[in-house]
Write a protein that binds this ligand. Structure first.
Ligand code: SAM
Length: 433
């Protein structure tokens, strides 16, 4: 990729002035990295990068995630050439994100802008170039990265930017009109919480409990959110793009922001890919939050709407005659909610050994549509729906499936007992063996 291949011309100018090469491909970038670095440095980089990927896949071990991430950036920052190359590997990210970030900053006062976790300084320099009348500060905890950023600042001649070496949670040069954080909060520590009820996505009382007795992971994210709020001037605006994976974590992240006094006013998907990140397209929400006086309101509905498809009903008229159609996840949730309200239904509640709670419904809507709906507190949902005439076959298959689940020993609690439920379904809907 040459500079002119960056979609964002303003970014291309900053990158060219900073003397960075734009990688053509992941292979070319890795090859250049390997050629430019002494072997122990390249090898150390590769081992730490693989440890980060492995920890991200094994999201259960959050403490390991935190330490390998910290260690990775500490290592990259101690080697200026590696730091510059790694920044070049992130250009796909900057190309996809920075114009959107600048748009959000532009929409409100922005005389003083702070970029948290500024690494090699490219996002900070971009903001400096985009807002020449503003003062832009990048804060980064690794001195080596700050030195690389300062060198890039000298090369670009962007005079309204400065860098500080500090932990942003202790940085006290504020307040700022805009605080930007691009993957600089420890979002990988956000705990995964089950939903309050199988039918809903809301984390409600489960989030209350996690906030009432916060563990070390919750405290670490809270510390970052509190720093953003503390550094924001009254009426200021935070622009955040963090690696928040999945709806459950997004809902809890927004509770943490609200508790810190940050009210989310806008949230949209922002896709990106970069050669330093396995080059797959990734998508995380770009969030705008404003500073509120005390604790802010967390609007779960807005987050759920962002993660789910627009609720649309199943095409009942277009259902095939002889078999059911199955919806899963968010589509199942929306389709179940949109079934006709007149329902003749038999339900079962199960508690599973892994702590999940699952509800199952076998029913007929409007006398015409037979359905089975299963949902649990881990956001797993499945709706099978067909014409009334297939009810016996559909329900027989559904009972067999539940019977197999019972046989695994996973359900530790059933209300009513499974045999009673099976008897009711068979009798009520005239299901024969
Ligand atoms: C994933 S990188 C993102 C860097 C940059 N924002 C970008 O988009 O390329 C995270 C950076 O934030 C820095 N960082 C993380 N926590 C920090 C803290 N509490 N104070 C200062 N810097 C921090 C790390 O050292 C690292 O350079």
């Amino acid at each position: 990729m040459r500079h002119e291949q960056l979609a964002d011309e303003a970014l291309a100018r900053v990158v060219s002035a900073a003397g960075l090469e734009v990688p053509d491909s992941r292979q070319a970038w890795e090859w250049r990295l390997q050629c430019a670095l002494p072997w122990p440095v390249f090898d150390g980089y590769r081992r730490r990068r693989d440890a980060c990927f492995a920890a991200a896949e094994d999201a259960g071990d959050v403490a390991r995630s935190a330490s390998v991430n910290d260690e990775f950036f500490a290592f990259v920052s101690t080697h200026p050439d590696l730091c510059r190359h790694f920044a070049a590997g992130r250009l796909g990210y900057y190309d996809a994100l920075l114009a959107k970030v600048a748009d959000r900053v532009r929409g409100a006062p922005h005389a003083r802008i702070l970029d948290l976790g500024s690494f090699a300084g490219l996002s900070t320099l971009y903001l400096g170039a985009a807002f020449p009348g503003s003062r832009v500060v990048g804060v980064e905890r690794h001195q080596g990265a700050v030195a690389v950023a300062e060198d890039a600042r000298r090369r670009t001649g962007i005079a309204n930017v400065s860098f500080a070496c500090a932990d942003y949670a202790e940085f006290d040069a504020g307040p700022f009109d805009a605080v930007v954080s691009l993957q600089a909060m420890p979002a990988y520590l956000i705990p995964w919480l089950p939903s309050e009820r199988p039918e809903d996505y809301s984390r409600g009382s489960n989030a209350d409990a996690a906030l009432g007795a916060p563990d070390a992971t919750v405290l670490a994210v809270e510390r970052a959110a509190a720093a953003v709020r503390r550094l924001l001037a009254a009426g200021g605006r935070a622009v955040l793009h963090e690696r928040v994976v999945g709806l459950a974590r997004a809902l809890f992240f927004h509770r943490l922001l609200a508790r810190a006094g940050l009210e989310v006013s806008d949230i949209r998907w922002a896709d990106w890919h970069s050669v330093s990140q396995r080059d797959v397209v990734q998508s995380f929400p770009l969030v705008v939050a404003t500073a509120s006086g005390g604790a802010a309101r967390a609007d779960e509905a807005a987050i759920i709407a962002l993660y789910s498809l627009p609720p649309s009903g199943p095409d009942l008229a277009g259902l095939p005659d002889a078999h059911a159609v199955t919806y899963s996840d968010f589509q199942a949730h929306a389709a179940f909610a949109a079934l006709p309200a007149s329902r003749d239904e038999v339900g079962i509640r199960m508690g599973l050994a892994d702590g999940r709670r699952m509800h199952g419904y076998f029913g007929v809507a409007d006398g015409r549509w037979a359905y089975i709906y299963r949902c649990d507190t881990c956001d797993e949902r499945k709706l099978s729906v067909g014409h009334r005439n297939i009810a016996p076959a559909l329900f027989r298959t559904g009972l067999d499936e539940l019977g197999r689940l019972m046989a695994t020993g996973q359900p530790v609690h059933c209300d009513p007992p499974f045999d009673t439920f099976r008897y009711r379904v068979r009798k009520h809907f005239k299901v024969k063996d």
